[in-house]
Design a protein around this ligand. Structure first.
Ligand code: GLP
Length: 263
């Protein structure tokens, strides 16, 4: 796993956005895997700004969101479809038919989850997958003990995730306890993974992901099995890493080799 130690949250967002924009310029029909949560908001703002300046078009891009709550209507203020519309899609020239979410309403969910997977394959696979991380190590909604080979499916949310999400719901509201998420296997199939973690609450999770054992009990650790993952961290999220000086040196040296056209 490559560790990118950013100066702060803004710097991390700028670095991630720059990678996505570079990939998009190289491949205008890029297939993007998208994440929700507070972490990617700065990245999405930068993508919208780059589009507004006329630097890039999303007209041929295809997107696949990681997850969505079961039975939460698309227009609910807390649905991930609302989140994506507000933070990214409404500022872009992305055709609505190019946007994909896992199936969360109606019957026959497992078959439709398979269709979601098949649609990803039909589009040529995910080129760049954006990820955040939950405090319990979840990626998407792959909670602890998720199979490392899992594909898109229904997941029961843990108490800890429900607690983390409770702040988004009013006093009388019942937050969803089920979600449909891409599996860990689905995420590992992406060609490149960009993970962002920001703030002190993520420090322990980052340490387990980067330096802990690979375990389904800590799903983000499965990213150690992927050949092209970069974790973009602010100083607080990186604060519990034990080999931080080594990561800094590695990144600087890799960048030097890249600039010289040797990597
Ligand atoms: C949710 C999402 C995850 C996200 C996580 C962290 O659980 N399903 O994809 O990574 O929240 O959210 P935040 O970025 O707000 O810390």
């Amino acid at each position: 796993m490559e560790i990118a130690l950013a100066r702060n949250a803004e710097d991390a967002a700028a670095q991630v956005a720059d990678v996505i924009l570079a990939r998009l310029k190289a491949k205008p029909d890029l297939v993007l895997g998208l994440a929700t949560g507070s972490t990617p908001i700065g990245v999405y703002r930068r993508l919208r700004d780059a589009h507004a300046r006329g630097e890039v078009s999303f007209a041929r891009v295809r997107t696949f969101n990681l997850d969505e709550y079961l039975d939460l209507p698309a227009d609910h203020p807390q649905s991930y479809r609302t989140f994506m519309r507000e933070h990214l899609f409404q500022g872009l020239d992305l055709p609505p038919e190019n946007v994909h979410f896992p199936p969360t309403e109606g019957r026959d969910l497992l078959r439709r989850c398979e269709e979601y997977e098949a649609r990803i394959v039909e589009c040529g696979g995910i080129d760049v997958q954006l990820l955040g991380i939950g405090r319990n190590g979840h990626i998407g909604f792959n909670e602890p003990t998720s199979s490392l080979a899992s594909r898109t499916r229904v997941k029961t949310l843990t108490e800890r995730t429900l607690e983390d999400n409770a702040r988004f719901y009013g006093p009388g509201e019942r937050p969803p306890v089920l979600a449909v998420t891409m599996g860990i296997g689905t995420i590992l199939d992406a060609r490149e993974v960009l993970l962002q973690a920001i703030g002190p609450k993520k420090a322990q999770a980052v340490r387990s992901m980067v330096e802990g054992p690979v375990s389904s009990f800590f799903p983000a650790s499965a990213l150690q099995l992927h050949r092209r993952v970069t974790a973009y961290l602010d100083p607080e999220a990186a604060s519990l890493l034990t080999m931080i000086a080594y990561y800094r040196r590695t990144r600087a040296q890799d960048e030097e080799l890249r600039r010289a056209g040797r990597l």
